[in-house]
Design a binder for this molecule. Structure first.
Ligand SMILES: N[C@@H](CCC(=O)N[C@@H](CS)C(=O)NCC(=O)O)C(=O)O
Length: 212
């Protein structure tokens, strides 16, 4: 049995979507970051960085924070949604791109463009520009492909599951996905998966999955 500690954010949804795709037994525990639950001492024991998501796998005793590490652990444990050979490293490359680029930059875009418009025009412009640059990078990668990594048109992996929840906030970022047709098609392809729709609603329902 796996315990997932999460909230309705892109980093949390990455892991709940993967767990739903894997179809494994897990219990989701709500860590309401708007109420400061991420700072409670009990949570700190499993997530020393005070952030969601975190996971405890009671079968192996593994306790992990950081969404990328959790996804790699689960993909390796269940040998699913991962690639083999050189494509494994391509998948890692794009997972790292998400962890170091797409996630942090879009997180800043939410902060300035959605939550604090008009306060720091420099930051709004900087992160909007960076958001569009990153969508263009992903659009170029997805040219002629269905998924980010894997041979041929690609296979659905944790690299897609890591990027997708960030793209699902396109409205917050004031990004029109129709400007990036390869991203839009990839986004819709993944959004239509029942496991993604379930994982999106963990630990609670907020809205339906946004559609472009
Ligand atoms: N690199 C971390 C980032 C985790 C993260 O930033 N989580 C946010 C929610 S998406 C959080 O817990 N925020 C609480 C806070 O800022 O205090 C990961 O990928 O797991």
């Amino acid at each position: 049995m796996i315990d997932l500690y999460s909230w309705t954010t892109p980093n949390g949804r990455k892991v709940s979507i993967l767990l739903e795709e894997l179809g494994v037994d897990y219990t989701a525990h709500a860590i309401d970051i708007t109420q400061g639950m991420q700072h409670e001492p009990e949570f700190l024991k499993i997530s020393p960085n005070n952030r969601i998501p975190a996971m405890v796998d009671h079968e192996t005793g593994m306790v992990l924070m950081e969404s990328g590490a959790i996804m790699l652990y689960l993909a390796d444990k269940y040998k699913q949604f991962t690639c083999e050979g050189p494509e494994y490293w391509r998948m890692i490359e794009w997972l790292m791109w998400q962890m170091g680029g797409l996630g942090p930059m879009l997180g800043q875009t939410h902060h300035f463009v959605k939550y604090n418009p008009g306060k720091v025009p420099y930051a709004e412009e900087r992160y909007s520009k960076e958001a569009h640059r990153l969508y263009k990078v992903l659009d170029t990668r997805l040219e002629g492909r269905d998924y980010i990594a894997g041979e041929g048109r690609g296979i659905y992996t944790i690299a897609d599951m890591a990027c997708w929840p960030w793209a699902s906030r396109f409205e917050w970022q004031e990004v029109d996905l129709n400007q990036y047709p390869n991203v839009r098609d990839w986004y819709v392809r993944i959004a239509e998966r029942p496991a993604v729709q379930r994982g999106y609603q963990v630990p609670k329902y907020v809205t339906d999955v946004p559609m472009p």
